[in-house]
Design a protein around this ligand. Structure first.
Ligand SMILES: Nc1ncnc2c1ncn2[C@@H]1O[C@H](COP(=O)(O)O)[C@@H](O)[C@H]1OP(=O)(O)O
Ligand SMILES: [Mg+2]
Ligand SMILES: [Mg+2]
Ligand SMILES: [Mg+2]
Length: 341
């Protein structure tokens, strides 16, 4: 069994560096985002984070396939934004040129599939990032037909589950002890603080069996997950509390560290297929923490299909205790909706 220790230490340090850049930008950013051709927002931090991480991973593992969200084509059309990205990346690579940085960003054009690859979302939850709320830097490794390593940098989600969520508008960076959640298959899941001042601590999903007290988390964006459907399902399961709406894969870190028991992601439009970088790191962390992840039909997520989870519909992540019952409630609700049409 490969121990992946070299891959893990590289991933942790690259995500830490990217998190430093993202925290700087989040504190000073207005709403200055560029709209990509798919109309989703992207900021200088998304690009700088991807450049810093893919430079490190590509240098250490030059033969690996890299599958990342961003490409530099549209950035190259925006000289001012490219200049800002270059200044951010030069914090770690003082001699880097804008051209080199675009090359590092574009290393992520890989197709993925069944051979070994890394997948990266340099900022997952860019909308949350722009609202100065939750976001995650998500890096994962797929090898030998399965996810084997996942790292989630969550600058606004404290490593200590008893602490409140960090508000970057009022918490100075040096006091913000955001969490670095990580896992290697077969070696458990851990959290440490992004600032490196705390020793890693094992994390585990909630052991609660009491559905009435279960805490559900879901996307903050009603265009990313059906809020009406999740409310109906929660009610049918007897879940009493209101859902926690949060951007990004920080939701996976919440379930993995016992802050919530269920993460529902119910498709808002037929045919939408999740991107692998939106889930790989979170799935690895939650499974290593004792949780379970399937799609809304109960099928395991298949990360061998390329850049998208083409064989899956939606996502259900839980502490593993009532997973089948939760999926059955989703299937029943989808069937009753279909019958009404
Ligand atoms: N219709 C959609 N359904 C599910 N996820 C979506 C949809 N549109 C965008 N996303 C992705 O959801 C992710 C954020 O997850 P969350 O909603 O939990 O914060 C983003 O990466 C975003 O991709 P994009 O970067 O293209 O906007
Ligand atoms: Mg995006
Ligand atoms: Mg994303
Ligand atoms: Mg993103």
């Amino acid at each position: 069994m490969t121990d992946y220790s070299q891959e893990l230490s590289l991933a942790l340090s690259a995500v830490r560096n990217a998190a430093e850049i993202c925290q700087l930008v989040q504190r000073r950013i207005g709403s200055s985002a560029m709209a990509k051709s798919d109309k989703s927002p992207v900021t200088m931090a998304d690009f700088a984070s991807q450049a810093v991480i893919l430079e490190a991973v590509g240098r250490a593992f030059p033969n690996d396939c890299l599958v990342a969200e961003e490409i530099s084509t549209e950035l190259q059309q925006e000289p001012e934004l490219l200049g800002e990205v270059t200044t951010l990346v030069q914090r770690f690579h003082p001699q880097a040129t804008s051209q080199q940085i675009c090359e590092w960003i574009d290393r992520g054009h890989g197709a993925g599939g069944s051979r070994r690859y890394w997948t990266l979302d340099p900022i997952d939850g860019t909308k949350g990032f722009l609202r100065k709320e939750q976001y995650a830097i998500a890096l994962a490794l797929y090898d030998g037909g399965e996810l084997v390593l996942g790292v989630l940098g969550c600058p606004n989600l404290p490593a200590d589950p008893t602490r409140k969520l960090i508000n970057p508008a009022i918490t100075p960076i040096e006091q913000a002890q955001g969490g670095l959640f990580y896992a290697v298959r077969g070696a458990g899941a851990f959290v440490t603080s992004l600032d490196g001042h705390h020793l890693p601590r094992p994390i585990h999903v909630s052991a609660s069996h009491n559905l009435h007290e279960y805490r559900v988390c879901e996307s903050a964006e009603a265009t990313h997950s059906r809020h009406d459907a999740s409310a109906t399902i929660a009610q049918s399961l007897g879940v009493a509390g209101e859902p926690v709406r949060m951007d990004s894969q920080a939701k996976y870190a919440c379930v993995a560290s016992g802050r919530a028991e269920i993460y529902l992601r119910l498709p808002t439009r037929a045919g939408y297929r999740e991107c692998i970088w939106d889930h790989a790191a979170g799935v690895m962390v939650i499974e290593a923490a004792g949780g379970k992840v399937t799609d809304t039909t109960g099928k395991e997520l298949d990360f061998s299909q390329g850049r998208h989870l083409s064989a899956n519909i939606g996502v259900v992540a839980t502490n593993g205790i009532h997973h089948e019952k939760i999926v059955a409630a989703i299937v029943a609700q989808q069937q009753s909706l279909a019958a009404q049409q």
